[in-house]
Design a protein around this ligand. Sequence first.
Ligand SMILES: C[S@@+](CC[C@H](N)C(=O)[O-])C[C@H]1O[C@@H](n2cnc3c(N)ncnc32)[C@H](O)[C@@H]1O
Length: 341
Amino acid sequence: MTESLIEETRKQLRREAQGAMSLTIAFIGVVNGLFEILHRLGAAGVDDIAKNAAMDAAYVRRWVDAAYAFGYLDLDGTSFHLSEKGDMMRPSHPETLMPIAIGSVLSTHMADRAAELMPTGERPGEKVLGERKTILPWFGAMLEANFSGLFEREISPRLSVYKELDKKGGTVVDLGCGNGWYLRALAKRCPGIRGSGIDGFDENIRRAQHLAKDQGFSDRLTFRVGDIKSFAQEAPVDLIAMNRALHHVWDEKESVFRILENHVLPEGAVVIWEPAWPDNPADLREPRKRPLAVQNLGEHVQGNHLLRPEEIAEAFRTVGMDPEIHLFSEGAEAVIVGRKA
Ligand SMILES: C[S@@+](CC[C@H](N)C(=O)[O-])C[C@H]1O[C@@H](n2cnc3c(N)ncnc32)[C@H](O)[C@@H]1O
């Protein structure tokens, strides 16, 4: 390597390190409500920000310096106000950048756990996600902010299954529903449907119930705690959805796919949305697919792994269903629609 290439590489890695620093500072502002407070106050001094956010002023002073350094805040005399970038970090901003900050610190946490566990091979499971009490409450909101726009702008208009559902109405089950954003989006898209969400984590169910009520959907959407692996209900439904949940139960895929096939009506469909693990390792170099490799390391710690769309299609065929693969986000996201043959 030449001297100038060494210097260029060093500079590049330092720029990348600063990107990570910037997101850790944004993370603190998101989870402690500081961006929202600053939006409400307009311009404020450190003590005012601390008082309104009910935070320690000495910590807030350090955070404000760092948020200013990275361009989230601007300074006018001794008063700070949000820059345009800082404003977009507000979780309530319609185009919020919040999931980038939460995802960045979550990846760091998973990387730290992977580094620690690699010598023994231990895989502690999904409880790892709950180890950081600042991250867990934001997980559902992060997924919603990351994926509801993609669903509304691209997935829902392109897939005929949603047009059919809108036309005939009916019932939908969302297995592994998280905070319930998908059923809320679907209820908005298809006014004639009713939905029920199932999740193994009771905090998610409480959150989903609260958000559905808050947004006026509680007469059409219900949520309950349950295990996908033993899901059962008497009446089959028009659509079963599983968004980013199949890889959590892939160890029992044979029985899960039998459950899916048993619970969908003959004219209905099962829609599975998963990150798309590429067939060709060289694809992982594509900027849009790189994060899949980092996610898969975190999934490994949790006892899971990401799936290739074709593996999911094959699982549909084993229960006599016809799969159709649709790719989005430059091939990083896959939606596989299965219908009874
Ligand atoms: C990555 S999150 C996706 C949440 C939601 N579908 C979304 O797209 O925002 C996976 C969800 O599956 C749930 N889950 C994982 N294994 C489950 C199981 N065996 N039974 C029920 N829920 C499960 C988790 O609690 C979590 O909410």
